[in-house]
Design a protein around this ligand. Structure first.
Ligand SMILES: Nc1ncnc2c1ncn2[C@@H]1O[C@H](COS(=O)(=O)NC(=O)C[C@H](N)c2ccccc2)[C@@H](O)[C@H]1O
Length: 539
């Protein structure tokens, strides 16, 4: 009797690696565009799937020639583009773990990441400007399928020989609340499980062009690359220098005929404020997906008003599982809608609510902390077992099983149909004069003020201890100037007073910000989220 040869019969029997899924020939047509890059001056650079595969092969062969052991880290310092997408897929093919970092990373922070991740190799584009890398670290540059080694990496005595889908595909370092950056380790198995859960929502299809507006070191860009390539569509990486300027951003979307634009809510703020007409004229745009933080409802309504029929997907989740849920924003957005739903976990995963005593909450209307059961959970925080234990906790439904679930740190409540509503981070509940304040509730009230388009509330320390509440509000430029009884236009500090009165009519006194500043824009973090720390510090 011949022995069943698993490997011959099912070559993917070793499991599915990141590159297997994203370059699966059954999912795309070879001469279709895989990556479409805007140059900013009207021209675009198209890389077909066949060209992408060839480039991946070339980089993978070169990486394998370096004889690094499976699981060795490669620091990939690059903007998202056809070449960096090919490099990260080549790392997957070569059994290496890529660690995406931004070219804008300050030197000291980069040194910290290098000390933490102990990479075998630092890779940057041919035109990369990084210098002063530590001695002993292998360095190379990539360009057009060619990898040029400058400093050869130490040949390691391999301790592992067989790449496994449980190996880390990538490590994304996020700003840790404790100040020490946390390395989120994602295995091939988890990433591909997540992508499969996401694909069930049919967000993109062959022929689509998915614009990605996040930097490569933010896993939103990895979501977009996977969404586009596993759907047989093209990914349109928009460089940060174009995203930041509304006119250039819209020009890039028009030049590349983008059908989908994925990004954090803040990418739309200046577009809605300064270039509404050009946005309305962007007739290839059919779908927007956002994540990372709540999208202020006045801006979301404005976006839909300018692009009637636009599909808008609210994607919720944390880097520790790449994401978690995909929920279409209703069309039209009901006038009395208070908050968007984040839906329920993607196919194959499940959200649980746990109360402060650690009991699983059953039934709608009872707030709790979201715990995520999912095949897409991260392996752990790099070199930080304590933080890992705090995030990957025993399954509250069956602690005996040894299964762990992700404790998200996010509060939510379930609706009548089993859909979830995000209530804020559990650490964004602050005490003001001894009273618990959910910052999101103050922000939602401020956004109901006529003309308010964005609002952030932050606790500020009081000299004698404790906190006071401050808020920062962006008003639309055409907001009807608030007039006093005599009809005279009110001055900014009057508007702040009017905003405080407006809050006092609906919120208990301790939830009314003692100071309200009007801003033209809100500061953002490198990932594009509102930078609360900057607002607190600037006060
Ligand atoms: N749609 C939301 N509404 C409201 N609050 C949210 C939302 N998406 C996250 N968040 C918040 O952001 C936190 C996660 O922050 S994070 O770890 O930096 N990751 C991200 O922000 C992006 C995340 N990896 C991701 C990547 C790609 C698609 C979706 C999500 C969540 O715990 C939530 O507090």
């Amino acid at each position: 009797m011949t022995v069943y040869d698993e490997q011959a019969a099912h070559p993917e029997a070793t499991g599915e690696f990141l590159h297997d899924l994203l370059l699966d020939p059954r999912r795309h047509t070879s001469h279709d565009p895989a990556v479409v890059e805007p140059t900013g001056s009207g021209a675009v650079t198209v890389t077909t799937y066949a060209e992408l595969r060839d480039t991946v092969d070339a980089y993978a062969r070169r990486l394998m020639s370096l004889a690094l052991e499976p699981g060795a880290r490669v620091l990939l310092e690059a903007e998202a583009g056809a070449q960096s997408v090919a490099v990260l897929l080549a790392c997957s093919r070569a059994g290496l773990t890529f660690v995406p970092v931004s070219p804008e990373t300050p030197q000291e922070r980069l040194r910290g990441l290098i000390d933490a991740a102990r990479p075998a190799l630092h890779l940057q584009a041919g035109a990369g400007t990084r210098t002063e890398l530590p001695a002993g670290l292998g360095t190379a540059r990539f360009d057009n399928g060619t990898l040029t080694v400058e400093q050869a990496p130490h040949p390691a005595r391999p301790r592992r020989h067989t790449p496994s889908v449980t190996d880390p595909a990538y490590i994304v370092f996020t700003s840790g609340t404790t100040g020490r950056p946390k390395g989120v380790v994602m295995s091939h198995r988890s990433v591909t499980a997540f992508y499969r859960g996401m694909l069930a929502h049919r967000i993109a299809a062959p022929g689509d062009r998915v614009a990605s507006t996040s930097p490569l070191h933010f896993d939103f860009s990895l979501l977009n690359i996977g969404l586009a390539l596993a759907s047989g569509a093209a990914v349109v990486p928009v460089p940060q220098r174009l995203v930041r300027w509304p006119r250039h951003f819209l020009r890039a979307l028009a030049d590349t005929a983008a059908t989908h634009v994925n990004g954090v809510p803040s990418i739309w703020r200046q577009v809605l404020r300064h270039e509404p007409a050009r946005l309305a004229a962007l007739d290839t745009l059919r779908s927007v997906l956002f994540c990372g933080e709540e999208f202020p409802l006045p801006e979301l309504r404005r976006l839909r008003e300018l692009r009637p029929g636009l599909r808008i997907v609210n994607c919720y989740g944390a880097t520790e599982s790449m994401a978690c849920s995909f929920e279409d924003v209703p069309d039209p957005i009901p006038a009395d809608l208070e908050r968007l739903s984040i839906g329920r976990a993607h196919a194959g995963a499940e959200l649980l609510l746990v109360d402060e005593e650690g009991h699983v909450v059953d039934g709608p209307g009872i707030p709790g902390e979201m715990y995520l059961r999912s095949p897409a959970l991260f392996t752990g925080y790099w070199d930080d077992p304590e933080a890992t234990r705090a995030a990957l906790v025993p399954d509250p439904l069956c602690p005996e099983s040894g299964q762990t679930v992700l404790r998200t740190g996010d509060l939510a409540v379930r609706g009548a149909r089993g859909e979830y509503y995000f209530l804020g981070r559990s650490d964004s509940q602050v005490q003001i004069n001894g009273n618990r304040v959910e910052l999101g509730e103050v922000e939602r009230r401020l956004l109901q003020y006529p003309g308010a388009t964005a609002a952030t509330a932050v606790p500020l320390p009081l000299p004698g201890g404790g906190s006071r509440l401050a808020a920062f509000v962006v008003l639309s430029p055409d907001a009807t100037p608030v007039r006093d009884a005599g009809g005279a236009a009110r001055q900014p500090d009057d508007i702040s007073g009017a905003l405080r009165e407006f809050c006092a009519r609906a919120l208990p006194a301790y939830m009314v910000p003692v100071e309200i500043r009007l801003l033209d824009a809100l500061p953002t973090t490198p990932n594009g989220k509102v930078d609360r720390a900057a607002l607190t510090a600037a006060h």
